[in-house]
Design a protein around this ligand. Structure first.
Ligand code: DHB
Ligand code: MG
Length: 231
C-alpha cells in the first residue's frame, strides 16, 4: 500500500471531523454546560486536550456498564471529562480528579458548578502521583474506574497508583495511546510515546489485567484509548 498523499491525509482528517460532528449533533451529546466547559479549555495550560463529546459519552457509558460509583481521574484540565464522569456515577456517586495546575483546577471548579455536579466531585491540586499517594495513605474506599489522562511520561507511575487504589473488577482507561501512530516507534525519543509504550508493557506483564487498545479518529485527530480490567 502506498503512503497517503498530503492531500488525501487532509481530506481524511476533515472527513473524520465531519463524521464526529454528525454523531455529536445527531445524538445531541452536549448540553450548554459541556459546551461551556469545552470552550473554557482554551484558558487552561493545555487547550484542546479534552476528549471529544462522543468520547466523553463512551467514558460515561463504560462507567454505567461497569456499574462504577467511584471514579478516579488523573488530569482534570477544565473538567470536561470530569463532568461526563460525574453525571455517569449519578447521585451518591463520587469522582476524585487530580490536577497539577491550580489555574486549571479553578476553571474546572467553575465548570462543575455550572454542570450542577460540584457536590460529587473532589479536585485535588498538585502532582497526580503525590495526590494519589495521599489517597493510598488515607485508606480511601477503592475506586471502580480510573481514567489516566495526565502527563504521558508518568503513565507507568499512574498505573501503579491505579492498581493501589482499585478493587478486583475495576476498569482502567488510558487516554492518548496512539499519538498519530507514533506509539509504534520504539526509538521515537519522545518521552510521551515512551510513557505510553512503558505502560502498555506494564499492563501486558501484569498477571491480573486484561486489556485491549483501540485507535480513534475524529475531532481529536488520530489517537486512541487503552482499556484494562482487573481480574
Ligand atoms: C495530549 C494530552 C492529552 O491528554 C490529550 O487528550 C491530547 C494531547 C498531549 O500531551 O499532547
Ligand atoms: Mg487526553
Amino acid at each position: 500500500m502506498s503512503e497517503p498523499t498530503a492531500v488525501n491525509r487532509y481530506e481524511s482528517a476533515s472527513a473524520w471531523r465531519e463524521v464526529d460532528s454528525y454523531f455529536v449533533d445527531a445524538l445531541d451529546l452536549e448540553d450548554e454546560a459541556l459546551v461551556a466547559a469545552r470552550e473554557s479549555g482554551s484558558r487552561t495550560t493545555m487547550p484542546n486536550a479534552e476528549v471529544a463529546a462522543n468520547q466523553g459519552a463512551l467514558l460515561a457509558m463504560l462507567v454505567q456498564i461497569a456499574g462504577a460509583r467511584r471514579v478516579l481521574e488523573l488530569g482534570t484540565l477544565a473538567g470536561y471529562s470530569t463532568i461526563w464522569f460525574a453525571r455517569a456515577v449519578g447521585e451518591g456517586g463520587h469522582v476524585v480528579s487530580l490536577e497539577l495546575e491550580p489555574r486549571n483546577a479553578e476553571i474546572a471548579a467553575q465548570n462543575l458548578e455550572r454542570a450542577g455536579v460540584s457536590e460529587r466531585v473532589e479536585i485535588l491540586v498538585g502532582p497526580a502521583a503525590d495526590s494519589a499517594q495521599q489517597l493510598v495513605e488515607a485508606g480511601v474506599e477503592p475506586f471502580d474506574l480510573v481514567f489516566i489522562d495526565a502527563d504521558k511520561p508518568s503513565n507507568p507511575r499512574y498505573l501503579a497508583a491505579a492498581l493501589a487504589l482499585t478493587r478486583a473488577g475495576a476498569v482502567i482507561v488510558v487516554d492518548n495511546v496512539v499519538r498519530d501512530g507514533a506509539v509504534v516507534r520504539a526509538d521515537s525519543g519522545d518521552a510521551r510515546v515512551e510513557g505510553v509504550r512503558a505502560v502498555v508493557e506494564d499492563i501486558a506483564n501484569h498477571p491480573d489485567l486484561d486489556a485491549t487498545a483501540l485507535q480513534t479518529v475524529g475531532l481529536k485527530g488520530w489517537d486512541g484509548f487503552l482499556i484494562a480490567r482487573r481480574r
